[in-house]
Design a protein around this ligand. Sequence first.
Ligand code: TYC
Length: 113
Amino acid sequence: MMTFPTSMSDKHDREDGGTGVAVETRTKTRRPPLYKVMLLNDDFTPMEFVVLVLERFFGMNHAQAFELMLTVHKKGVAVVGVFAFEIAETKVGQVMDLARRHQHPLQCTMERE
Ligand code: TYC
């Protein structure tokens, strides 16, 4: 007598195909993609403002922030952090908003790693 209450009651719908052989259906997990947050050089944003941005939004101490600011200044661009999408989006928004409010042309972008 059939005792299963659902559509899985038909033997051809069971994961073991009705064979009674133990099987496992495992969905592979994927790590979420990471995003590089980058700061771009320009000729007008004051160095100290960029240092402040790196301290405030990227958790750097003054020496680390000053060194990375100089890297951007000399090379034109540098990765300032790597984050999950929503975190990266938030950081870019915070930097762009502060730069806009101070009328600095500083640009901050993100790119999938
Ligand atoms: N080049 C700027 C200056 O000489 C400083 C600067 C550094 C600007 C890094 C932007 O992302 C930047 N005042």
